[in-house]
Design a protein. Sequence first.
Length: 215
Amino acid sequence: MADAQPIWTRPVRGTRGPAPGHTREEIVAAAIAIADTDGLPAVSMRAVATKLGTAAGALYRYLSSRDDLLDLMTDHAVGELRPYPEPEGDWLDQLTALANSQLDLHRRHPWLADLIQRPTAIGPQALSWFDHCLGAMRTLEAPTATKFEAIAVMTGLVVLFSRTTSSSAANPFAALDPARHPHLAAALAEPSGTQNTDLFDRALRGVLRGLLGES
């Protein structure tokens, strides 16, 4: 049974048993290495213990459950967003810079998108990141609830784009029939044009402007 107290508020190891052979940071680093290589399902107490050259039971001197481990992995990854981008430009420029850092993080750790949706306590690194995002919006008159919605939507876009890959190996419209799909055929026949910014930045800025009510 998992400890009712969040992992952040508990001692780094139990008071019983022999002296620790590993730190909590080493355990989390091993778990992240496994997730980066083999995916989140491969992360288990036994797999982490094997990577560290110890018995699975030894890890329970530091953690109560795999859920504790997942919480620590999440917050450790969010900590990689530090140092935060310098607060340059207006609020929209600042949030865009933060979101791009977040996008790079999710591309390095594809498993993170699944973990941040878990109903669990927010860790210290994530709290600092939320605080920094709110600081970027401090001059806006939007309600606090709207600012939290903006952060949530920003993260949602990050997750979406982190899972989107471009590939020229196949034609996605190979089955197109101009007679059955006239609007699509006409659209594809038009010049595509160019954009000064990439789709992520355009989508992010458009959504944030709409939510927070400023141009």
